[in-house]
Write a protein that binds this ligand. Structure first.
Ligand code: NAD
Length: 359
């Protein structure tokens, strides 16, 4: 009977469903708000994860994204050593319903329904102004002005530390000067990463589908070279940094890579876990996305620290990213296992052990 139920009922039959603790659909008739909240695992603490606002093709596509992204948050929290679990909110963008104050406030009221089991803030499509609006309605909003603030620059700093660790592992030194980097996506994280790399003498090639992002990158970084978004992954560079959307690596795109290292902020870069094996066989060092991009999480989680937000504590935890990347890459070489599998095993050891204790 259970088998039939699984086969016919929506959420559980999706391949992205991984025993999530909760998946909610929400709808507001007045504002047109529609989307999903997913909580993957709360063994380490209440769920935490940004909210994405995106023109999904269908509700199913949005739910799949919420399932995938919330699961990744559980793994990210475990390896970043923050005491939270994985959650994510996704909102279906629809041109008929503007993302105005009423719309965003109605979403914050949905977050309130979970009474502190889920903390949320920025992600793609949700900016610092939306966060301020939500924070007026809900006490469960993170990344507020005057506290942790915009997570983008912190995510970029984490990626930067991860790049340093990977360079050390691949090329024997973490030196940035004279090295070459290709950044896909020049938004909040990609733009800031470009700043950190060029400031230290790195040579950057960038790409973005949004001409306004390309224009502002050219203005901010006069030495940047711009490549077509569809071909930037083929550039011959030391490090390729995906900082746009997920699903970047397939059998096809992996064959086209011409870099030593892949390390970027985009979530869910591998279209399937098997792509980690392909990257390894191609001789490319892959830093698992959720390890590299944990900086934003570490910073916003600092807002929920019982001792109060401390920038010094956040910096200390951020530097832990370097240590974690080193450990993963060492184990990956020693065990001849792809880095994504090594990272997953390390993370699962942390949150599954706690889950078992709770039962
Ligand atoms: P953003 O929206 O500010 O920037 C993303 C940029 O990518 C945009 O400029 C967009 O035009 C561009 N883009 C989209 N598709 C593209 C394509 N096919 N080719 C080239 N450019 C493309 O988002 P962000 O906050 O910078 O986040 C970037 C990625 O990092 C996302 O996957 C996000 O989930 C992840 N991430 C962000 C944070 C954070 O704190 N902002 C933290 C962790 C992970």
């Amino acid at each position: 009977m259970e088998g039939n139920y699984k086969a016919t009922f929506g959420t559980e039959s999706l391949e992205e469903f991984d025993g999530h603790e909760l998946v909610n659909f929400f709808y507001n008739k007045t504002t047109g708000l529609k989307g999903f909240l997913a909580i993957h695992n709360t063994a380490l603490g209440p769920a935490i994860g940004g909210t994405r606002y995106w023109p999904y093709g269908s509700q199913e596509e949005a739910m799949r994204d919420a399932l995938r992204l919330s699961r990744a948050m559980t793994y990210k929290c475990a390896l970043a050593r923050v005491h939270f679990g994985g959650g994510k909110g996704v909102i279906l963008a629809d041109v008929r319903y503007p993302k105005n104050r009423a719309f965003i406030s109605s979403y914050a009221r949905v977050v309130n329904l979970l009474r502190g089991s889920f903390f949320t803030g920025e992600d793609v499509g949700i900016d610092k102004y939306d966060v301020e609006v939500m924070a007026k309605v809900s006490p469960f909003i993170i990344g507020r002005r005057g506290l942790a603030g915009d997570p983008g620059p912190w995510a970029a700093l984490g990626v930067f530390y991860a790049i340093e660790a990977a360079l050390e592992s691949a090329l024997g030194t973490s030196r940035i000067q004279g090295r070459t980097f290709a950044i896909k996506g020049l938004g909040k994280v990609g733009g800031e990463l470009c700043h950190l790399l060029t400031e230290r003498g790195g040579k950057v090639i960038g790409a973005d589908i949004d001409p306004s992002k390309v224009r502002s990158a050219r203005k901010r970084f006069p030495k940047i070279r711009i490549a077509p978004p569809g071909a930037i992954h083929k550039e011959s560079v030391d490090v390729y940094c995906p900082c746009a959307m997920g699903g970047e690596f397939t059998e096809h795109t992996i064959r086209q890579l011409s870099c030593h290292i892949v390390c970027g902020a985009a979530n869910n870069q591998l279209s399937s876990p098997a792509c980690g094996d392909l990257l390894r066989r191609a001789g490319v060092i892959y830093v698992p996305d959720y390890v590299a991009n944990a900086g934003g999480l570490i910073n916003v989680a600092g807002e929920l620290d019982k001792r109060g937000y401390s920038r010094a504590r956040v910096y200390r935890k951020m530097r832990g990213i370097k240590k974690t990347v080193r450990k993963i890459l060492e184990l990956s070489a020693k065990r001849r296992q792809p880095a994504n599998r090594v990272a997953d095993t390390l993370a699962e050891r942390i949150f599954l052990r706690r889950s078992k204790k709770r039962i």
